[in-house]
Design a protein around this ligand. Structure first.
Ligand code: ADP
Length: 539
């Protein structure tokens, strides 16, 4: 810790909240620029919606959502239309303030007219979402899953998922929402920070009981009931990869702005907390992504009447220590050989002994069923290195530790998902035309150059229409009050303009085909231009 500032460069920087240090020129930072903004409820909903527009079936793991206040009228209209077409549909909605966390300001409603738009704190921007009424219950209680995901690199994309996570339980038996029980937070919201205040909260002293358990203990229960946990894992892995694919385009824009290519700067990695709800039919649904998930391994408890203290939480420790340890191991810059002096060897030996004890304990608590999952699921979950400790005395002590939990899923399964990465390619075009590094918005000249270089204007789409398109879309996005720091066209606005151009050029095809064709068209013309410039340069 450097409370008074830091003079020497470090190998790994562990920032508490977000990427904020512009004086780092080397090493690795545990946060990506822009990640906090990207996972806010509204931004995440927008990013997922763009993907839902392109690939509705692939992205049906995120509940239908509307952004308030700007989409309030749309929300009312769409709900009315859906009710008209299916009179038996009796939905519930959940309203979540943007930027809120720990259940703060969240409430359930039965009808759009119940939204508190004005007056109180609830008037702040929010996401309203279809409420999942039939969650999977364990011991009659609703619960959600917190999974830890390591985004090790953005370019090339590298993702790891922790094999175990946490399951956080409600503290009142679940009933489907009715007007009478809508306000019962201990029944509907799984937040630990809320339920800890319930008289029914049980501090877990083992990994498979109480109000916070390991996810593996839940899988164990499900497996013993005959559930297909292998498919469940596969669905969860898809959900995580697809969500990150939705986030990467904008993250790349932030990245090039804070850490311009070609200049000295750090590389980034980040541990993300994915909150997932399982539906009764075991379909995983994404609730939200946390850029700064709590890594606490103790909890507050009343030790004697009126006396509170921090006590170790075995469940948190079991899951989180492994995540941090594996993360540090994966980003370890000291992959080179170290001096093997006597003291160091002794340290390594004692460390190994300790870790072996921990590793055996880890294996013991995992029930047979989960062992079966990881074995049967080798294809899906294994990095190819195996779970067993691999020691190489020539490497650093960390390199000799077993991989406890993080499993690579990308690029391992890249082939299956590459067709989804269209917006990434649109973002690459956007970044190319941003011009001066350090910005995140495209000016009118940059947009005109994009149109010209990609040969997108013609007699029916003149440069005057190009300017009108730019002004219309940019004005609308900037009026949504997302961020006023810079003027110009943000990536989301550019994506909208790009979709417009694609629809105009390739009428009557599905949107994702139109967009893919336009990307190819642009990439082709830009490659030709680059070649021409290269030849001219040589000449
Ligand atoms: P916060 O950041 O405030 O925790 P979340 O989006 O995680 O906000 O929502 C809080 C809790 O509300 C979740 O942990 C979950 O139990 C419940 N919840 C959120 N969205 C839904 C939904 N669409 N359907 C059912 N329950 C939900």
């Amino acid at each position: 810790q450097f409370p008074f500032g830091r003079r020497l460069p470090c190998d790994i920087y562990w920032h508490g909240v977000s990427f904020h240090d512009n004086d780092i020129f080397s090493g690795q930072v545990n946060k990506f620029p822009g990640m906090t903004e990207m996972v806010r409820k509204i931004t995440l909903s927008r990013a997922v919606r763009t993907m839902q527009d392109l690939f509705p079936l692939e992205y049906n793991f995120y509940p239908r959502s509307w952004i308030l206040p700007e989409e309030f009228a749309l929300f009312v209209d769409e709900v009315r239309m859906m009710k008209d077409s299916d009179p038996g549909w009796k939905p519930t909605f959940i309203v979540k303030p943007d930027g809120g966390c720990q259940g703060d300001g969240i409430y359930l409603i039965k009808d759009p007219s119940d939204i508190r738009l004005r007056g109180s704190i609830q008037s702040r921007p929010a996401v309203v979402q279809e409420y999942i009424c039939k969650p999977l219950l364990v011991d009659k209680l609703k619960f959600d899953i917190r999974l830890y995901v390591l985004l090790k690199s953005l370019e090339p994309l590298e993702i790891y998922i922790a094999k175990d996570g946490l399951s956080r339980f409600c503290t009142e038996p679940y009933q489907e929402p009715t007007l009478k029980n809508l306000h019962q937070v201990f029944m509907h919201l799984t937040n630990y920070s809320l339920n800890i205040h319930s008289g029914n909260f049980i501090h877990s002293d083992s990994v498979s009981t109480g109000s916070k358990r390991t996810f593996s203990s839940i899988l164990c229960r499900l497996s013993s009931r005959g559930a297909d946990v292998k498919k469940l894992w596969s669905d969860i892995i898809s959900l995580v990869i697809k969500t990150i694919i939705a986030l990467t385009p904008e993250l790349k824009v932030y990245y090039q702005s804070d850490i311009p290519a070609g200049k000295p700067g750090p590389t980034c990695f980040q541990i993300l907390g994915f909150d997932i709800l399982l539906m009764k039919n075991l379909k995983p649904m994404l609730l939200e992504v946390n850029a700064n998930p709590s890594m606490r391994i103790e909890h507050e408890q009343e030790l004697s009447p009126g006396v509170f203290g921090n006590v170790p939480s075995p469940v948190d420790e079991e899951v989180k220590v492994a995540v941090i340890r594996d993360t540090l191991r994966l980003v370890d810059p000291q992959k080179k050989k170290r001096k093997d002096d006597h003291l160091e060897r002794q340290q390594i030996e004692s460390y190994r002994k300790k870790i072996n004890v921990r590793y055996n304990y880890f294996l013991c608590y995992r029930c047979q069923a989960f062992e079966h999952v990881s074995e049967a699921d080798e294809e899906l979950l294994d990095t190819g290195q195996g779970d067993k400790p691999r020691y190489d005395s020539a490497e650093s002590p960390e390199a000799g530790l077993p991989s406890l939990c993080l499993k690579q899923v990308f690029p391992k399964y890249a082939k299956q998902f590459s067709y989804l990465r269209l917006v990434d390619r649109v973002a690459a075009l956007f970044i190319r035309f941003l011009g001066v590094k350090g910005t995140t918005k495209l000016g009118p000249t940059g947009f005109r150059t994009f149109i010209r270089n990609c040969k997108l204007s013609n007699s029916s789409f003149t440069m005057a229409s190009v300017d009108i398109l730019y002004i219309d879309i940019t004005r609308r996005w900037n009026s949504m009050g997302i961020e006023h720091k810079e003027s110009g066209m943000c990536l989301q606005a550019f994506v909208e303009a790009f979709f417009c151009l694609a629809q105009k050029k390739y009428k009557s095809l599905p949107l994702h085909e139109q967009v893919a064709l336009l990307i190819e068209f642009c990439e082709y013309h830009l490659a030709a231009l680059d070649e021409k410039r290269l030849v001219c340069g040589r000449g």
